[in-house]
Design a binder for this molecule. Structure first.
Ligand SMILES: NC(=O)c1ccc[n+]([C@@H]2O[C@H](COP(=O)([O-])OP(=O)(O)OC[C@H]3O[C@@H](n4cnc5c(N)ncnc54)[C@H](O)[C@@H]3O)[C@@H](O)[C@H]2O)c1
Length: 258
């Protein structure tokens, strides 16, 4: 595909949680469409694998190790992005951790706090420093926050994750309101059941298989592929979505229609 046609050529993008799963697929797709990509993850080994794959495909990538729950590390992530590629144009705030699996009355509040930190507070931190950079550059920018179908539909025994992912929509809408006047767009992507290490981990925990789960979680009766979600994030990062902000785009095989 011609990168100029999709409005990503030469853009500088950050993808958090880009070592595996949807983050890795998104980093690879953005690079394939001409963006210079900061591959960020808490795990150096997998982050380097993603960056190596991008370079092997002829793309540009630079690894920044960052725990998105730590403010100083998120600030440093944006600073290293600018030091490396000179600017920031878009970001996919994707990193998150697996849900807790206990009912509310048995909740371990240390787990609750951890999930809220990694899955929600991190999105606030990323937006804070990404938007600061857009404002400092005096240029438009696009942020994509990765929510979930759990951003709009609760799941039993997942209170922390559901609360965090509902919050992601609140942050997305607030960001879109505050910065539209500066040309900064903030949107969310809400994946359904997507075949990644996170979902495979959940299957292991519950003992279910794809055949047990997929028909209830998708009108297509199959899990989604990380690349199918990456397409939505890439479009929202690009100039092709220039009139879209504050939106939550579900990529869930029709799960939310019933
Ligand atoms: N897989 C699904 O079915 C599904 C469904 C709905 C939403 N989501 C959301 O999509 C996003 C990606 O999910 P995935 O399935 O690809 O996840 P994954 O667990 O397969 O990959 C997550 C990546 O994030 C990294 N990470 C974890 N904690 C981090 C931290 N503190 N700082 C930086 N990086 C960290 C991990 O090292 C890993 O590389 C997440 O926001 C997740 O909540 C996933």
């Amino acid at each position: 595909m011609d990168a100029n046609l999709v409005g990503l050529a030469g853009k500088v993008a950050i993808v958090t949680g880009a070592g595996v799963g949807m983050g890795a697929a998104t980093a690879r797709l953005l690079a394939a469409r001409g963006a210079k990509v900061i591959v960020s993850d808490i795990n150096p080994a997998t982050a380097n694998e993603t960056a190596d794959a991008i370079r092997a495909d002829g793309g540009e990538a630079h690894v920044v190790i960052c725990d998105v729950a730590q403010e100083s590390q998120v600030e440093a992530l944006v600073a290293e992005t600018v030091a490396t590629f000179g600017r920031l144009d878009c970001a996919v705030n994707n990193a998150a951790i697996t849900p807790d699996v206990l009912p509310i009355h048995e909740a371990d509040m240390a787990v609750f706090d951890k999930v809220l930190n990694v899955d929600l507070r991190s999105v606030m931190l990323c937006m804070k420093y990404e938007i600061r950079q857009f404002l400092a550059q005096g240029s438009p920018g696009s942020i994509v926050n990765i929510g979930s179908v759990s951003s709009v539909r609760p799941q039993a025994t997942n209170a922390a994750y559901v609360a965090a992912k509902h919050g992601v929509i609140g942050l997305t809408k607030t960001g879109s309101l505050e910065y539209a006047g500066k040309g900064i767009r903030v949107n969310a992507v809400l994946p359904g059941a997507i075949d990644t290490p996170m979902l495979r981990g959940a299957l292991e925990t519950t003992g279910f298989t794809e055949a047990d789960f997929a028909p209830a979680l998708s009108l297509f009766g199959r899990f989604g592929r990380p690349e199918e979600v990456a397409e939505a994030s890439a479009w929202l990062c690009s100039d092709a979505s220039s009139y879209v902000t504050g939106h939550s785009l579900a990529v869930e095989g029709g799960y939310l229609t019933r």
